[in-house]
Design a protein around this ligand. Structure first.
Ligand SMILES: C[S@@+](CC[C@H](N)C(=O)[O-])C[C@H]1O[C@@H](n2cnc3c(N)ncnc32)[C@H](O)[C@@H]1O
Length: 273
C-alpha cells in the first residue's frame, strides 16, 4: 500500500534529474535562456537604466517592481545570469535559485566579473524549505514552471517565503502551446494531437523520451489555467497585474502568428485574516 507514493516520488525525482542534466547541457550551447548579460548591461543597471523580462520580449512594468534597492529578491528557477545580476546591480539583495548548477554558474560568472553580491542556491522550485517564512520582499519567476509536473506546490512555497505585502511576478506558457504534434510544429504545421494538461513524461513515446535525453532537452508539462491563475489565488495571492507576450516572428513558432504564447502575472501576498 506504500508503493504508489514511492513510485510517484521516483518519477518526480527522475524528472528533476533529467531536467538538471538537460539544462546543464543547454547552458553549454549558447541557448537563449542560458546566456548571461554583458558588463555594459550591468554598468547601465548601476546607473539606474535597466529592465528585466519574464517572457521573451516585453519588459516587466516598472510599477510592478517598484524600488528594488535594498529589497530581498528571490529569482526563482531563474539561473542563466540574467534577471539576478541586473537586479543586484540595481541595488537589490538577490538570491538566485535553480535546479541546474551550470545555470547557476552563469550568475556566479557575472557576479565575479562585475563585482556583484549574489547568493546562488541549487534546488527544486517546488521545495523552498531552505528559506524561512516571510523572508523575501519580491519573487521573480521567469517561464520555467513548464519543467515541473505540478505547479501548485510552487505557488504555495512562493507564498510562504514572501513577506506580507510582497509580490510574486511570474511568467508562464499559454497551455495551448502543448495541444500540437511536436514534430509537425517544428516543421511549421499546426496539427492538434494532445489533450491538456500535457505531460512529456506520460505522452512522449519511450523512444522519443530517450531521444529527448540523448539530445539534452528538458521534459515539459502544460498546466491548466486553473492551476496557473487559480493556483496562485488558492495559495493566498491576489492577482494585481497581467499581460501577454509572444516570440519574435519565427517559422519555428507557427502558433505565435495566431496568439500570444506567454502569460505574465503580478500577485500580491495579503495577510490572511
Ligand atoms: C527558461 S530558463 C529560465 C531562466 C532564465 N534566466 C530566463 O530568463 O528565462 C528555465 C530555468 O528553470 C530551471 N529549472 C527547471 N526545472 C527546475 C526545478 N524543478 N527547480 C528549479 N529550477 C528549475 C532550469 O534549470 C532553467 O534555468
Amino acid at each position: 500500500m506504500f508503493r504508489l507514493p514511492f513510485l510517484i516520488l521516483e518519477i518526480v525525482l527522475s524528472i528533476r534529474d533529467h531536467n538538471r542534466a538537460a539544462w546543464d547541457h543547454l547552458a553549454t550551447t549558447g541557448y537563449q535562456w542560458t546566456v548571461p548579460v554583458d558588463s555594459a548591461t550591468i554598468a547601465e543597471a548601476r546607473r539606474g537604466h535597466w529592465h528585466i523580462i519574464l517572457s521573451p520580449l516585453k519588459p516587466v512594468p516598472d510599477e510592478w517592481l517598484g524600488q528594488v534597492a535594498g529589497k530581498k529578491i528571490l529569482c526563482l528557477a531563474s539561473g542563466g545570469g540574467q534577471q539576478g545580476p541586473i537586479l543586484a546591480a540595481a541595488g537589490a539583495k538577490v538570491t538566485v535559485f535553480d535546479n541546474s548548477p551550470r545555470q547557476l554558474d552563469q550568475d556566479r560568472l557575472v557576479a565575479r566579473r562585475d563585482s556583484l553580491q549574489i547568493e546562488t542556491v541549487e534546488g527544486d522550485m517546488a521545495d523552498l524549505s531552505i528559506f524561512p517564512d516571510h523572508h523575501f520582499d519580491l519573487i521573480v519567476h521567469p517561464v520555467s514552471n513548464c519543467f515541473v509536473p505540478d505547479v501548485r506546490p510552487v505557488w504555495r512555497e512562493a507564498y510562504r517565503v514572501l513577506r506580507s505585502g510582497g509580490a510574486l511576478l511570474a511568467g508562464f506558457n499559454n497551455p495551448a502551446v502543448y495541444l500540437f504534434d511536436e514534430r509537425a510544429y517544428d516543421e511549421g504545421r499546426l496539427e492538434i494531437r494532445h489533450r491538456l494538461p500535457y505531460s512529456d513524461a506520460e505522452l512522449l513515446s519511450p523512444d522519443r523520451q530517450q531521444q529527448r535525453l540523448a539530445d539534452g532537452y528538458p521534459l515539459e508539462f502544460s498546466h491548466l489555467l486553473e492551476t496557473q491563475l487559480g493556483g496562485q489565488i488558492e495559495a493566498g495571492f491576489a492577482l494585481t497585474g497581467f499581460y501577454e507576450d509572444s516570440y519574435p516572428p519565427s517559422p519555428r513558432q507557427p502558433l505565435n502568428d495566431f496568439m500570444p504564447l506567454f502569460l505574465v502575472t503580478r500577485a500580491e501576498k495579503f495577510s490572511r485574516p
